[in-house]
Write a new protein. Structure first.
Ligand code: ATP
Length: 270
């Protein structure tokens, strides 16, 4: 895994990935009919970085994920994944992306192994390589003993962790997670967050972690704050706090979004 920085082709010309950000958005806007969901969003994430996309319900996080993952076509602005334009080279861009959507997406009537191997074959991974990768990843999250159980028998936190394993099967360099801990208890949330942070540390992958929970932010993260479709802050936590004239990230988020509800259960401006 890794970032492939400095790659050259046979003629010595730089490949798109060389020194490219893991993710780069330039002037991205999106509207559902007349409702403007995203307005002129630009930011980038460096390889190997853990970035938190912070915003209340309705801020535009899921819409942004739908554009980055090419579920929606980007009509205004540009999105590049490791230098590959998601509209012009979707295959190259999507190969580098792993995605965990907000909604649960495992087939509950299939076993953990069936869910994972089906997904691996969609990525063209042969069964021997797939089984090895499935085994390694499940082992790393202490779930290899659940391999042949139906997904239905897993807890919410375990289902989420299997979905994360599934997103990692093809060894992506950028992992997107949309509200990955929603509906989980404190222990499961902490476990999932710690697993993902370990991955960033051990394997150098980049992560975009969307949440409305400020307590999921750590001081070393990049934070990107969305408010009602607009980017209102982007940078290291200490810079964002300073620029907002605040004393803490809680206070900064409150100032930037004009709300008081900041922790678990926060639902938005309404
Ligand atoms: P949540 O955490 O609640 O999912 P979010 O930050 O992911 O919120 P989005 O779901 O991207 O926000 O929504 C952004 C805006 O776009 C909201 O005003 C929402 O009502 C609107 N929106 C989202 N999906 C649609 C849709 N299919 N049709 C019309 N409007 C939509």
């Amino acid at each position: 895994m890794g970032t492939n920085a400095g790659l050259k082709n046979v003629h010595g010309k730089s490949l798109p990935e060389a020194d490219a950000p893991a993710l780069e958005l330039a002037s991205v806007s999106y509207a559902y009919g007349r409702r403007q969901a995203l307005n002129d969003i630009s930011f980038s994430i460096a390889p190997g970085r853990f970035a938190v996309l912070l915003g209340l319900n309705g801020a535009g996080k899921t819409t942004l994920f739908s554009l980055i993952s090419h579920l929606f076509a980007t009509r205004d602005g540009h999105i590049h994944v490791f230098g590959h334009d998601i509209n012009r080279k979707p295959g190259d861009a999507l190969r580098r992306l792993g995605i965990v959507f907000q909604a649960r997406t495992l087939d509950l009537d299939l076993s953990v192994h069936q869910n994972l191997s089906y997904h691996a074959s969609l990525h063209g991974i042969g069964s021997r390589a797939a089984n090895q990768r499935i085994h390694e990843l499940l082992e790393s999250i202490d779930m290899s003993d659940r391999l042949h159980e139906k997904a239905r028998s897993l807890s919410g936190g375990q289902i989420r962790r299997v979905e994360i394993v599934r997103a990692l099967l093809h060894q992506p360099s950028l992992l997107l997670l949309d509200e990955a801990t929603v509906g989980l208890d404190i222990k499961s949330r902490a476990t999932i967050l710690a697993d993902i942070r370990k991955l960033v540390h051990d394997e150098g992958i980049s992560v975009l972690w969307a949440t409305h929970l400020i307590d999921e932010v750590s001081h070393a993260d990049q934070i990107i704050v969305l408010d009602r479709g607009k980017l209102v802050a982007n940078g290291a936590v200490n810079e964002v706090v300073k620029d907002a004239g605040a004393k803490s990230i809680n206070e900064a988020f409150s100032r930037l979004t004009g709300i008081v509800t900041l922790t678990r259960g926060g639902t938005g401006h309404d």
